[in-house]
Design a protein around this ligand. Sequence first.
Ligand code: NI
Length: 227
Amino acid sequence: MLTVIENLLDDAEVRQFNGALAAADWQDGSGTAGTRSVAVKQNLQLDRQDALAQELGNTILRKLGHHPEFVSASLAEKIWPPVFNLYQDGGHYGTHSDAALMRLPEAGLTIRSDLSATLFLSDPDSYDGGELIVEEQYGAQAVKLAAGDMVLYPSSSLHQVAPVTRGQRICAITWIQSAVADTSARALLYDLDQSIRALTPDRAGDDPEINRLIHVYHNLLRRWAQP
Ligand code: NI
């Protein structure tokens, strides 16, 4: 399942991010790829220790924590510090899958990647190519979103970034360990929560049917969660 989180950053925040990132210290990204991935990865990245990357990354983490749709779709337990990357001049990332376990010893952080996330920061009209192509159960989906929008997709999927043939594509990416590891169980909970949210405004505060749906939601979550 692919979930789009619209307007994670508003227009002013996108401008602020892009202004700062235009002057950032971009480095060859192949250094952080695994031995298998290094052959297919061709982009620039900000170092994890880079002060700007940390500041902007923390802004993204704060926004995610307060975004109801992200919280509902991800049921996030742990989120990896966002990584900033830049593709240009034919830069691409060939078909790969993301590492299942990711460790950051200096932060004492280990996560199991259940969800991968890409936050698009560049205006889609300003570059050609650069689609995130995710191979799903029903075929490949190409994703290219407005600046400020984020897509969530299963880390277990094969995916790639198509070559950027004009302009620059800047994104932030991150990985999420969910309280519910199983993708289809998480998708059911998300659908149920979305319906409860859609029905609630039209009902009285003590509506018994809404209360029963909420009861079902939490008992399914209790059954499936492995925090
Ligand atoms: Ni990937």
